[in-house]
Design a protein around this ligand. Structure first.
Ligand code: F6P
Length: 358
């Protein structure tokens, strides 16, 4: 009898249920009645607190297209995993104890960067762990793509498309703020796919003068509107020169609620143009996964099940050059996959005349 624990951790995204289903269905297919799957509630919270249940096979039916996660999720900062708080709970010891209580052969963790850091920690503590890469940010090292990313690109692109029509009618400038504090994959892909005129990413600190000149140039060329796709984590050249502490302080003192509103204010003053801001926010993480993500999540889930059947643990399943491969958790943990400055997608944006703020 195989006993498998499964949890979803960190910010949710589309395709989590499809991936859970992929793991479960593949295991039931291969093992028949000889597998038990334990659903751990709200990510590592459930593993720490012993909040789990033995799942019934029918719970994995009808969830391929369902958004969110049937297991719930929570953020448990990796930095605090080894810190004993006021509740006096040793979180790592508690997770190990609960793993043993469930008599697990393997723990499957679906998550992003923080999740994989903890997955690696647990693997180093002697537990059998397999990770699946999810996040709309697509910033997990070791995989060409995470599930959730393409669905979020679809949504962000749709927002940009809709904004185009109203911007055109009114002859306005619009800033659409797209999720991604640390990396700009989503902003770049949605921006290029929807014909944004300016794309600002955390990886390329922007020069305000260059952005305002791009807007003025478009106006002079008779273009009635301009669309800016701006990542949540976009920052100016001046801010890029600050220390982490100074940057945090500067942002804490910023009077606008986010970078997009500040840009709207500054660019409005510099260009004299009417600027509006749209923030789709968590809308980008919601709803049904697109077909690409259903397929990718299913592939990751089935690959995780194959590793379990071969008793190969300590890996994250990853997409590399169209193939699904295992990557050691120790190689993934703690590394961020930013947009490389020489990547084809960025070059495409430049070739199309999109202003990247530099
Ligand atoms: O999960 C990734 C992400 O959606 C980022 O793009 C975003 O910056 C962040 O999570 C938002 O976090 P929260 O859901 O905790 O507000």
């Amino acid at each position: 009898m195989k006993r498998i624990g499964i949890l979803t951790s960190g910010g949710d995204c589309q395709g989590l249920n499809a991936a859970i289903r992929g793991v479960a269905k593949s295991l039931y297919e291969a093992c028949g009645g000889d597998v038990e799957i334990y659903g751990i509630q709200d990510g590592y919270r459930g593993l720490i607190e012993g909040d789990w249940r033995l799942m019934k096979p029918q719970e994995f039916s009808g969830i391929l297209t369902l958004g969110g996660t049937i297991l719930g999720t929570s953020r448990r900062p990796f930095k605090l995993m080894r810190v004993i708080g006021d509740d006096k709970v040793d979180k790592v010891a508690a997770m190990k104890q609960n793993y043993r209580k469930m008599k697990l052969d393997c723990l499957v963790t679906l998550g992003g960067n923080g999740t994989h850091k903890t997955a690696n920690l647990l693997s180093q503590e002697g537990l059998n762990v397999i990770g699946l890469p999810k996040t709309i940010d697509n910033d997990l090292w070791g995989t060409d793509m995470t599930f959730g990313f393409q669905s979020a690109v679809e949504i962000a692109s749709h927002v940009l498309d809709c904004i185009h029509t109203t911007a055109n009618s009114h002859g306005r400038v619009f800033i659409v703020e797209i999720m991604g504090h640390k990396v700009g994959w989503l902003t770049l892909y949605a921006g290029v796919s929807s014909g944004a005129d300016v794309i600002l990413l955390p990886e390329i600190p922007y020069d305000l003068d260059k952005v305002s000149k791009a807007l003025i140039r478009r106006k002079k060329a008779g273009k009635p509107f301009s669309i800016l796709a701006v990542a949540e984590g976009a920052l100016s050249k001046e801010e890029a020169g600050l220390s982490k502490k100074e940057f945090k302080r500067a942002r804490a003192n910023m009077s606008e609620p986010s970078i997009s509103y500040r840009l709207a204010h500054e660019l409005g003053e510099k260009t004299g143009q009417e600027i509006r801001v749209t923030v789709p926010g968590h809308f980008q993480r919601g709803g049904s996964p697109c077909a690409f993500d259903r397929m990718l999540s299913s592939r990751f889930g089935a690959a995780a099940a194959r590793l379990i059947l071969k008793e190969r643990y300590g890996f994250m399943v990853a997409l590399q050059n169209e193939r699904i491969v295992p990557v050691p958790l120790s190689e993934v943990a703690g590394k961020l996959k930013s947009v490389p400055l020489d990547c084809d997608a960025l070059q495409t944006a430049r070739d199309l005349g999109i202003c990247l703020g530099d």
